[in-house]
Design a protein around this ligand. Structure first.
Ligand SMILES: [Zn+2]
Ligand SMILES: [Zn+2]
Length: 413
């Protein structure tokens, strides 16, 4: 945005000078400075095309993969932010409903997407975990999926039990693939940490330190995260009422993300909330734009990010008007596919150009061959209904056998 703005400024200045001097419209200096030419590609389109840009060794890239509300919509999935670092590490913070699609649009091999940090166990913050877990396994993540999440006020409210139950819930899905594909990626490696740890380290690998602080939201068992690497500090609030831990420990952040809910007035007029409901959800259970601004005025990050509202042309000005009552610093109102490139010198904000026809990447690592001893067989009853169509399937096998010098036969005859 900064470059775009400078370009506009430069263009306006050049236009003014041309008008003053009466020069003709041929301005080689402008063409050279902007990189424009009738035959060359535009040097910088101010758009991020996933999978096409290297990260500098000291650079952090943040991609909004979900910025909306619990009820997802085509424009906005629920909470999810991807953080990519110049050392090659990638982290997902929350993985709310609908966000898997946005993650997939980044064209990042699943082998590299094996770390998920869940702020709390609301469906809009981890609803796409099953899809990402098992879909990623099928799409060739060959390492266990690592998950960090808070404890609750009782064990059954914590992340560990939740993940055990998720594995039980998907026992049929896992069963269908047992012995059929390399299923190492179906393993879960769950780290549950105390929800009441204040700035306690929960991750420390490869020069990246992640700490958790308590959040105030719903029940005990909600947290915010602070990632520090290479002198850069990223804070992700997940959901929280304004709190002292965030204000104290997010200080000095390069990028601070905090929820910023729809104004209570809009909850009433657009969402059909009763006035009291709008007030309690919009200002007590969540953080209103005015409260968001107050928090950021105390934190003073290099760049603040507001999310967790339906961000449209008619909503954004009202959210901005309200948060500007209490905050005058740099801020972005996040929408899905917004991208931030962060270095010590610059924070660049752009939108992604998303390819809806993108395919997931194949596995990067060598797969284990199937272990047919682990296949769970169907009953004779189910198999008795099969129509093997050998005249159709036989030639498909023959085609592959000829191409690859193999001698396979259909298992259903
Ligand atoms: Zn929540
Ligand atoms: Zn939420």
């Amino acid at each position: 945005m900064r470059r775009g703005f400078l370009l506009i400024l430069f263009g306006a200045l050049a236009g003014y000078l041309i008008a003053q001097s009466g020069a003709n419209f041929e301005t080689p200096a402008l063409a050279q400075a902007s990189g424009f030419s009738p035959v060359k590609p535009v040097a910088d389109r101010d758009v991020y095309s996933p999978g096409t840009e290297a990260l500098a060794p000291d650079e952090m890239r943040i991609v909004a993969c979900g910025t909306g509300m619990p009820s997802v919509r085509p424009k906005q999935a629920a909470a999810c932010f991807l953080v990519e670092l110049g050392n090659g590490d990638k982290f997902l913070f929350d993985i709310g409903s609908g966000s898997h699609e946005r993650i997939a649009a980044q064209k990042i091999p699943y082998d590299y997407l094996d770390k998920v940090f869940i702020g709390h166990l609301h469906v809009d913050h981890f609803g796409d975990l099953p899809s990402f877990w098992l879909g990623g396994t099928v799409m060739n993540r060959l390492t266990p999926l690592r998950i960090w999440g808070p404890s609750g006020h009782k064990p059954e409210y914590g992340t560990k039990v939740c993940m055990e139950l998720m594995q039980k819930m998907y026992v049929w899905d896992v069963g269908t693939r047992s012995g059929v594909i390399d299923f190492r990626g179906a393993q879960l490696d769950v780290t549950e940490f105390p929800f009441d740890g204040v700035n306690k380290v929960i991750y420390d690998e490869n020069g990246v330190v992640i700490r958790s602080i308590p959040a105030i939201h719903g029940l005990d068992g909600a947290v915010s995260f602070i990632l520090e690497w290479n002198g850069l500090k990223f804070v992700y609030g997940s959901d929280t009422f304004p709190n002292k831990w965030y204000v104290e420990h997010a200080k000095g952040a390069d990028v601070a993300i905090h929820e910023c809910f729809l104004p209570a007035t809009l909850l009433v007029t657009r969402q059909g909330f009763a006035p009291l409901e709008g007030l309690s959800v919009g200002t007590q259970g969540h953080t209103s734009p005015e409260q968001f601004g107050k928090v950021m005025s105390l934190v003073k990050p290099r760049h603040a990010i507001a999310y967790h509202f339906y961000n449209d042309w008619d909503i954004a000005p009202e959210v901005m008007r309200r948060l500007r009552k209490t905050y005058d610093g740099p801020v972005a109102l996040a929408v899905d596919y917004m991208v931030w490139n962060v270095t010590k010198d610059d924070i660049r904000v752009r939108m992604s150009a998303v390819d809806e026809e993108i395919w997931p990447s194949p596995a990067l690592k060598k797969k284990n061959p199937p272990d047919f001893t682990k296949v769970i067989p169907m009953s004779d009853f189910t198999r008795s209904g099969a129509l093997p169509f050998p005249e159709v399937v036989g030639p498909i096998y023959a085609e592959i056998n000829k191409l690859y010098g193999t001698n396979y036969e259909p298992s259903i005859k």
